[in-house]
Design a protein around this ligand. Sequence first.
Ligand code: AHM
Ligand code: MG
Length: 316
Amino acid sequence: MYNKIVTLTEYLLKEEQKFEKATGSFTLLMTTLENAVKIIASHVKQSGLVDILGKTGSTNASGDEVKKLDILSNEILVDCLSQSGQAQTLASEELADAISLENNGHYMVYFDPLDGSSNIEVNVNIGTIFSIYLNDKNILQPGRKQVAAGYIIYGPSVMFVYSCGQGVNGFTLDPSVGTFLLSHPNIIIPEEKGIYSFNESYEPIFHKHTLKYLKDVKNSEKKYTSRYIGSMVVDVHRTLLKGGIFGYPSDKERPDGILRLMYEVNPLAYIIQQAGGLAFSEKKNPLDITPKQLHQRVSIVMGSKKEVNHYQSFLS
Ligand code: AHM
Ligand code: MG
């Protein structure tokens, strides 16, 4: 006897059956992505050993070049997705331009291969973020047109969270069998929670409304606590599961903040909103922004409805 738990592959196949005209292309694309992130996960797990084994130079013991983990993750995703034949366009934080492949792939895939990369060397959680669109000649698509989006967290366990427009589901990697199992079905973000996640060291350059908001949460009757990991994907993941608010707003020196619209903000804003939360960027839902360029930056605040509304109440 064993407890039958739904695997990511089974879940994808079941979802596919709901669409009469499905060709299997999306399932194949997601399965390729699943395989790619399992390879990335195994490298992330080994990363601490690279120092111990003395492989930090430009070549490793076998004479191969040792690649930085974010560059390596990018290569793994590009290789796997190119070979799948299902994606015609690939775009990444690590590549100046989008890659246009010579195939009839139905999809365009945008990704941040390893978000929070400054946390790798201190063994703190990081993740991969992805965003999927139907193939189109125009690569500058508004987030509203995403057909699926999600992320993978490399932490104490590896989690694959995604949505294709019908709620959000989370899968945890069972390392003994190497399979993602449905662990968090139909994730709903709590409507409110006193956790705020901003880098407060930017107070000297924050705009007045952000300063007023931060002052208010500290003096509020409702108990607030602060959490900031510095890997957006992980800060948003905590916000999704526990509730609260994550923000990287614009400030006096950075009119668009620092986070990237197409492969950081839009996929995570899509997930948060699919789970019943809110996201906004300078009074606009980021999903409604038509990008002017691939690597465009955008300010962002997202999370539990009541917490985001609270922040918005300080915007005059
Ligand atoms: P990365 O994609 O190069 O890792 O950089 C983006 C990261 C986000 O994950 C995180 O929210 C932000 O940079 C942290 O920035 P800061 O150190 O200014 O708070
Ligand atoms: Mg990033």
